[in-house]
Design a protein around this ligand. Sequence first.
Ligand code: PDD
Length: 286
Amino acid sequence: MVYLNGEFMPISAARVPVMDRGFLFGDGVYEVIPVYSKRPFRLAEHLKRLRASLAGIRLANPHSDAEWAQLIGRIVELADFPDQQVYVQVTRGADGKRNHAFPKLVRPTVFIMTEPLLPPPVEQRELGITAVSAADNRWLRCDIKAISLLANCLLRQQAIEAGCAETVLFRDGFLSEGAASNIFAVRDGVLLAPPKNHLMLPGITYDVILELAQQHGLPHQVRDILETEVRAVSELWMTSSTKEVLPIVSLDGRPVGDGKPGAVFARMYSWYQAFKRSVMRAGQDG
Ligand code: PDD
């Protein structure tokens, strides 16, 4: 079942008008929320980022956090699989005509669906994934989780066509993020993360990784990371709500470190799994 504008229905029954600005202009924002054992993970943080994205595109939030939590909770309940990725999308709705300017009366389109959340294949964790790099040619508001993902799709496709899993993006000589993930590096045993700003999405998983580093006393720095530095680090990771954390073992065909998942990754991976288990056991959403 999915939720569309006030109703729960089978996905085959869900319809949006072709004049929807999401369809015509990519005028909307979204969230992807991981759910473990039917418990949404970091829901409050995802809803906070949704609020920020909506404010970023000047679209009024159609629901309070309590209402969102209820709608998402219902979609989660209705699905018959325990681990899920809930997708939430809000667009600026349909207008009578195609006009770049906002409609006078905005009736947003609100859509929620869920799909099974499958952990990345064990080989990806044990052997690592490969990546290519590209110039980050996206707009300058990458902090908004916008549905207009054309640049991200083109960039991710470059990786796929090179037989790789992710594209690592550099802007003006600095690491920004991945086509659909945040990127971390390890240099001399220190975990490095680019600072949150308008050039990257403030990842919810990114925050979890830094909190775990803090908790476990792993030295870490949040700072600008030069492209030249990235090419010499001992470890590179990608993180996202659907992939959690994965080691990148080659970049543009050259090995990262010794070309195997690193020791710091192994520690972070086990902290992440233990953290997930502990919040689920405690019945909290992390
Ligand atoms: N994408 N950066 C970009 C460009 C992303 O698209 C994503 C996630 C992230 C990681 O954010 P988080 O840890 O909050 O998932 C960073 C989602 C999963 C997607 O588009 O499907």
